[in-house]
Write a protein that binds this ligand. Structure first.
Ligand SMILES: Cc1cc2nc3c(=O)[nH]c(=O)nc-3n(C[C@H](O)[C@H](O)[C@H](O)COP(=O)(O)O)c2cc1C
Length: 445
């Protein structure tokens, strides 16, 4: 079972930051993040992952001042690079948007992180899901979903080609001959596509993993296609085993047409555990947090994923069906889930914001309850592991490492220690050969 930690400073619950220990905000404190990464490494997590969007919200500040994820956060690649020096085994993954980066910058950044971390880097490919980001880059709103994914596909192809600029043995460092690298093993990319035109070579030797690990969380058709073609870790967010299994089979079933086999992707299901020494204690923690969601925050969360204004609605009435837009342009899956909850469960707006979890599997209970839930999905073949999304941090991670990890180990579901040193090794992947070496071998053979 593979495990990743979604490591936002105070956890993902909108009220999580109010439960942070002590009076000091650790958000911008590197020591706080180091302690969290080291704790995750103690728990043998495969991946420490930072989600991101390149934007603060610029309106509804009364609401966003109470709901802080992404309003104040360290830039992920900078943070991961700092963490690389304080950890030795755990994978270090972060999000960067194909809508707002250029492939060259991105290839350099993650390639460098892979060198600095000795082979532990991972890039989460996203097309971005909010218009605030678009407005930071000269646009009024995000490009249509299909267009963003078309750019993402071309973007990833270029990044992967750039990571192969140098063959593994290209840098000879031959002081006697005065030759630093072998020009025959250095490859210039000529690319002309719909979005990018490049005559380009990366000024960075091939990295320890060959290529950093690619993560994707596509939920739409286009997203799943991109995942099947390029991703190695896929995050899924479904809240029933049937839906998770269907997603798992769907993504893996699409891989063959890209010449890939199902074991080349690890699907990690989103898991939101609230852990207590007793079920009662866990439920009490959960209820307290849900009741702490300020109505302004509840409304803004619903509005963001429903892509509709709900600010004027009475929290204790159902959402009128005519508020539901015909289609989504931001996060398709979240939109579908929230629409289904509105239409099928007939919830009031308040019930909706208290129950909606962006599809993740919510478990509230003792360490054994959490391990049971994890074992169930895993043995059904609905996932290869979990992306653990704690409502509050660092206490959620502390309870998980102290209670759930030993329980999973006792059941033989989870490793007792890291076997390798790179993220690829933790995930059971081979190191990819350079495309040029591969082509050369074919030509010779
Ligand atoms: C665990 C997890 C982490 C994600 N992290 C990010 C992120 O950091 N930034 C982002 O813009 N989207 C993030 N997403 C959203 C996905 O990239 C994607 O937009 C979403 O699942 C909808 O898929 P679609 O774009 O194919 O409709 C994440 C999704 C999941 C399940």
């Amino acid at each position: 079972m593979a495990l990743a930690l979604l490591a936002q400073a105070h956890g993902l619950h909108p009220a999580g930051w109010m439960k942070a220990p002590g009076a000091t905000d650790g958000t911008n404190d590197i020591d706080y993040h180091v302690a969290m990464a080291q704790l995750a490494e103690k728990g043998k997590f495969d991946l420490f992952f930072i989600a991101d969007t390149p934007a603060a919200r610029t309106d509804n500040l009364d609401a966003w001042s109470r709901y802080i994820p992404y309003m104040n956060c360290l830039e992920p690649i900078t943070l991961l690079t700092a963490l690389a020096g304080h950890t030795s085994r755990i994978g270090l993954g972060g999000t960067a948007s194909t809508s707002f980066y250029e492939p060259y910058n991105l290839a350099r950044l993650y390639g460098s992180l892979d060198h600095i971390s000795h082979g532990r880097a991972a890039w989460n490919v996203v097309t971005s899901g909010n218009n605030y980001a678009a407005r930071n880059f000269g646009e009024d709103k995000l490009a249509p979903h299909a267009r963003r994914y078309a750019r993402a596909k071309e973007f990833v192809e270029i990044v992967k080609a750039l990571w192969d600029t140098y063959d593994d043995d290209a840098v000879v460092f031959d002081k006697a001959r005065g030759v630093y690298f072998d020009p025959a093993k250095f490859h210039v990319l000529d690319h002309q596509g719909e979005f990018f035109k490049m005559h380009s070579a990366l000024n960075l030797a091939r990295c320890p993993q060959g290529q950093p690990v690619i993560i994707q969380a596509g939920a739409s058709d286009a997203g799943k296609e991109l995942a099947a073609e390029t991703a190695e870790v896929v995050f899924n967010s479904d809240d029933t085993p049937e839906a998770a299994k269907a997603y798992y089979d769907d993504v893996k079933g699409r891989m063959a047409k890209f010449g890939r086999t199902p074991d080349e992707i690890r699907v990690l299901a989103g898991l939101t555990p609230t852990i207590g020494e007793s079920r009662w204690e866990a439920e009490d923690k959960h209820r307290t947090l849900q009741e702490m969601i300020h109505p302004l925050v509840g409304k803004i969360r619903v509005a963001s994923d429903l892509e509709a204004d709900v600010s004027d609605l009475d929290p204790d009435q159902p959402i009128p069906l005519d508020r539901i837009p015909k289609s989504a342009n931001l996060h398709t899956r979240y939109f579908q889930q929230i629409v289904a909850m509105i239409t099928e469960q007939k919830l009031t707006l308040r019930q909706l914001w208290q129950r909606y979890e962006r599809g993740n599997k919510r478990v509230i209970g003792t360490p054994a309850d959490v391990a049971d839930a994890m074992e169930e999905w895993f043995s059904l073949g609905a996932c290869d592991g979990y992306m653990v999304i704690f409502p509050t941090l660092p206490d959620g991670l502390e309870a998980f490492v102290a209670g759930v990890v030993p329980e999973l180990q006792r059941r033989g579901l989870y490793k007792l220690d890291y076997e390798g040193t790179t993220l690829r090794e933790h995930l059971g992947f081979r190191r990819p050969e350079s495309r040029y070496a591969r082509a050369g071998m074919k030509a010779a053979g």
